[in-house]
Design a protein around this ligand. Structure first.
Ligand code: FE2
Length: 206
């Protein structure tokens, strides 16, 4: 197991929800699979939290305000200690990701992704910027490289399909859609779509 390509811990919440939990230093990233009609009871914690639906849909409850969230179009943000929960209203499995970390910010909202351009690849993307994060969805064409770069913010990324070659500080991995990469602040990283298909990359700057 490596710091840059962490393994996940499988957690069953016992109510039809399975989490794949990755620890990235001060940040927890998780994929959630939510069975039809399953409900995640309202809870609160010290970390701020954000998340997005990848497949299916979820009703997000942020302090009693309920929003039906559709895949890949919106992000929810819950500030520290805000009561939040979710339920799957559909007769199909929903998958989502969530990210939790301690921040000084107090942002609670539902934010929409908008057309943008990725500053590293110059590819068109969809993105959303919050007070403590930026999330982009980028379609990487076959054969397209992601140039070597580093930034003040840490970066967590994953792909929705195919395989993507990622190198972080000379450690190379062929990433599939079950895995994530974690590039800490100021650590050089790059990528390459060596496959013959378009790959959807979701990257989160924190
Ligand atoms: Fe939570």
């Amino acid at each position: 197991m490596s710091q840059f390509f962490p393994n996940y811990e499988l957690v069953q919440l016992g109510s039809g929800i399975e989490l794949k939990v990755f620890n990235c230093q001060d940040t927890i990233f998780q994929f959630a699979s939510v069975e039809p009609n399953a409900q995640l009871e309202s809870h609160q914690h010290r970390e701020s939290q954000l998340g997005m639906i990848l497949n299916g849909s979820l009703v997000m409850d942020l302090n009693g305000n309920k929003t039906l969230m559709q895949p890949l179009s919106h992000v929810y943000v819950a500030e520290s200690n805000l009561l939040h929960g979710a339920s799957n209203p559909l007769p199909q499995m929903t998958t989502s990701f969530d990210l939790k970390r301690i921040t000084d910010d107090s942002e609670t909202s539902i934010l929409k992704l908008l057309p943008d351009e990725d500053t590293i690849t110059n590819l068109p993307c969809q993105s959303v910027t919050g007070t403590w994060f930026k999330i982009s969805i980028i379609k990487i064409p076959s054969g397209c490289p992601i140039p070597s770069h580093q930034s003040e913010q840490a970066e967590i990324g994953f792909i929705l399909n195919g395989e993507l070659q990622i190198t972080i500080d000379n450690e190379e991995q062929c990433l599939n859609s079950d895995q994530i990469y974690y590039a800490p602040s100021q650590v050089l990283h790059q990528g390459n779509n060596l496959s013959n298909q378009e790959i959807y990359l979701i990257k989160i700057l924190i």
